[in-house]
Ligand binder design. Structure first.
Ligand SMILES: O=C(O)C[C@@H](Cc1ccccc1)[C@H](O)SCc1ccccc1
Ligand code: NI
Length: 183
């Protein structure tokens, strides 16, 4: 299982590298990677396991964050009264997006960043994505809200982008044009 010691921190070159597409059928190693990424996020959201293993809670984790430069990430988002999102996205792409933007009013964090970086991170409010699951089946989804934000955060990791790259350092909390805040 992945633990915090396996997660690389800012400054590590893997976080600034454009990751490589995965080929199908998946190797046993890639199948284990997909399993382990999703397992970490689920474990990190379990009160007992997160305390027992010292896991920082997360809703997403990308392969480059465990020093594997492959285009794979996992999301596991369970919100009260909303449809849960639990996916492994392989070779993911945003195929269309809204003009409208959004941002988390609390700002963003990252399992690979051991400090608070304040400021609004502009994200597309709604996105249509396509990706492959571990069986090699392509799927398409329309995402909004936290699902869309998290998908964009993880996709950034596959392109060597960190969330704070999007923050306007001159005015971190400046209003973002055409954006609906996400509380
Ligand atoms: O480091 C990662 O990629 C996991 C990120 C994912 C994420 C960050 C900001 C916004 C959306 C997703 C976080 O550690 S997950 C922690 C978290 C939990 C609930 C809501 C937002 C962030
Ligand atoms: Ni991150």
């Amino acid at each position: 299982m992945i633990e915090m010691k396996d997660i690389v921190r800012e400054g590590h070159p893997a976080l600034r590298t454009v990751a490589t597409e995965v080929t199908f059928p998946l190797s046993d190693e890639d199948k284990k990677l997909c399993h382990d990424l999703l397992e970490y996020i689920i474990n990190s959201q379990d009160e007992e396991l997160s305390i027992q293993y010292g896991l920082r809670p997360g809703i997403g984790l990308a392969a480059p964050q465990v020093n594997v430069s492959k285009r794979v990430f996992a999301l596991h988002i369970v919100e009260e009264g909303k449809k849960p999102l639990s996916i492994v996205a392989i070779n993911p792409k945003i195929i269309s997006h809204s003009v409208e933007m959004t941002y988390l009013t609390s700002g963003e964090g990252c399992l690979s960043v051991d400090r608070d970086v304040e400021g609004y991170v502009p994200r597309y409010a709604r996105i249509t994505i396509k990706a492959f699951n571990p069986d090699g089946q392509e799927y398409t989804m329309r995402l909004k809200g936290l699902h869309a934000i998290a998908f964009q955060h993880e996709l950034d990791h596959l392109n060597g982008v960190m969330f704070y790259d999007h923050i306007d350092q001159a005015a971190p909390f400046r209003d973002i044009p055409n954006a609906i805040p996400f509380e």
